[in-house]
Design a protein around this ligand. Sequence first.
Ligand SMILES: Cc1cc2nc3c(=O)[nH]c(=O)nc-3n(C[C@H](O)[C@H](O)[C@H](O)COP(=O)(O)OP(=O)(O)OC[C@H]3O[C@@H](n4cnc5c(N)ncnc54)[C@H](O)[C@@H]3O)c2cc1C
Length: 472
Amino acid sequence: MTESIKIAVVGAGPGGYAAAFLAADLGMTVTLIDPEINPGGVCLYRGCIPSKSLLHVSKLLEESEQAKNWGIEFAAPKIDLARLRSWKEGVVKKLTGGLGILAKQRKVTYIQGRAAFENSTTLRVTKSDGTQETLSVDRIVIATGSRPAIIPALKLDTPRIMDSTGALNLEDIPGTLLVVGGGYIGLELGSVYATLGTRVTVVEMLSGLLPGADRDLVLPLHKRLEKLFDGILLNTTVAAVKDEGSGIRATLKAQDGTSQEKVFDRVLVSVGRKPNSENSGLEKTQVKVGPRGFIQVNKQLQTDDPAISAIGDVVGEPMLAHKATHEGRTAIEAIAGQKVAFEPSAIPAVVFTDPEIAWCGLTETEAQKENREIKTAKFPWAASGRAITIDRPEGMTKLIFDPHTERVLGVGIVGAGAGELIAEGVLAIEMAAVAHDVAATIHPHPTLSETVMNAAEVFFGTSTDIYRPKRG
Ligand SMILES: Cc1cc2nc3c(=O)[nH]c(=O)nc-3n(C[C@H](O)[C@H](O)[C@H](O)COP(=O)(O)OP(=O)(O)OC[C@H]3O[C@@H](n4cnc5c(N)ncnc54)[C@H](O)[C@@H]3O)c2cc1C
């Protein structure tokens, strides 16, 4: 039955290309449309992949500095910016080129261009060469993603003010950089520039970095960033910016009413992302868009228009690549007639700073907000053999349990490699593991993964790696 379905996917990010490729594997006739020469979207061209390539370099620079503690001293690094840039671009090219080949192998028709709706099943595609093509299909999947949000007060026509895309271009290593927004993108890119030698100041409107993450996870990162950055200004907003030719004068206004002016070589505005749900003829369909601009979908990722599904950043938070991919798969399986629903128990979030922060499932903050009864168990990495061997004892692994069923509801980790470790937490939650399952699972030694098992032991008060005197 799926063989007779003609489908178009608009946008070739991790949501769109996964949807298109799976649709082709299920026998559908697939057209994938995106302005870039190859599939990849924001994630591969100007998001996850280039940022993580640069963060890898940052890690190396930080570690070579830390090596002094171990009796090894390297000469000050010489940074060949053109080469670094071309290495990062090479990574992007390799991966996006690979996706182009995978599209061809699957006989997915890839059109480089922009699509707009004519009606629920017809798209007008304006190709990169300016020509237009009208495409009529049975089903359409919208996977148009998101773009950086802009604050009108910070909109100046100067290359000194950048969004994440501009920052990833790595035009130069500015002497000073103001990062507006203490979310994960600002902290990751701020870390890249700081390790390359820029003096970075971060300004965050709220009372803490990474709003949304539990405070005990953020604390070790905050401490380290206080050393790496020139300044972290909380409860502070950027009231105005002025281009002075040789720099950007920024007025920084604190919540207590005080303000200060500082001049920066560059400004990175990283205050969130907006869904790409406008200007594409959606009004000619029955698709409904919510107040924040997200396209409304059900658990099968179907919009209010029976011929149209939508996935990824354009349908809502969390705006993460792996969420987009899984939604893409679910949307196609639903179109193929399979009984599926997108209802994960946990979607991991990772901040690839140093140390990394990762969490999944229920957070302590959410539990408190919802007045939900929970029990937490924390294992400090100062008691982890592996953490000590890599000289990174500041980490912590936390499990959040239902106190009655002892089921794992959430996991939070801060520390080196937390982004890799969190997958174990996601698996535990999805498999409905209880504390005993995690504690009784033999983990390899010496690894950081042991800390997940150790935290479950802490829950029972049976961890032999730490000592807690008995009460009473
Ligand atoms: C600096 C940065 C770092 C990030 N790091 C991470 C990370 O480490 N991990 C993580 O999970 N997420 C990360 N993200 C977020 C991640 O990139 C997004 O969540 C993910 O790319 C969303 O995928 P998507 O398929 O919904 O859309 P996107 O990747 O946004 O792709 C949408 C595509 O659709 C195209 N498009 C838009 N309109 C049209 C149209 N009318 N016609 C045709 N094509 C159109 C766009 O040009 C784009 O190519 C990061 C983002 C940024 C900016």
